[in-house]
Design a protein around this ligand. Structure first.
Ligand code: ATP
Ligand code: MG
Length: 139
């Protein structure tokens, strides 16, 4: 499988609940290496820009209010097949449907407050990494 980079965000719910260490441990256990990281408190506008693809969805206002409600840890992860691997260990969007042992099953509290983000394809990974990190910040 090809070496890939993907964007992950430990969302404000999981940062507030103190799950940053547990989530990073799962990344590293699954051979996803952190090659850039920063703690950010997104403005509402920055959250709207990040999730612009969902702007017409009924949950958009609530989602972007949540994503700008407190600190979030944004990371670039690298590894073999990193994009699909991260999606696999995150679990389904709705924690009620997420497989046992996945991050969302363990730490999400609702379909919105679901602990973690992961890019869903090579194109979105590249765009999302560039949204947060200039190329010079990537190791
Ligand atoms: P993410 O993009 O955050 O990794 P995802 O790809 O699993 O999650 P998307 O469909 O892209 O899911 O939705 C983006 C985010 O919007 C979800 O992670 C969740 O926080 C929120 N969301 C999705 N569906 C709903 C819903 N029906 N009600 C409330 N919030 C939702
Ligand atoms: Mg998504």
């Amino acid at each position: 499988m090809a070496l890939e980079r993907t964007l992950s965000i430990v969302k404000p719910d999981a940062v507030a609940a103190g799950h940053v260490g547990d989530i990073i441990k799962m990344f590293e256990f699954n051979h996803l290496r952190i090659i850039a990281a920063k703690l950010v408190k997104l403005s509402k506008q920055e959250a709207e820009g990040f999730y612009a693809v969902h702007r017409h969805r009924p949950f958009f206002q609530s989602l972007t209010a949540f994503m700008s409600s407190g600190p979030a840890l944004v990371m670039v992860l690298e590894g073999d097949g990193a994009i699909s691997l991260l999606r696999e260990i995150m679990g389904a969007t709705d924690p009620a449907k997420a497989a046992p042992g996945t991050i969302r099953r363990l730490y999400a509290t609702s379909i919105e407050r679901n602990a973690v983000h992961g890019s869903d394809a090579p194109e979105t990974a590249a765009a999302e990494i560039a949204y947060f990190f200039p190329a010079i910040d990537l190791i």
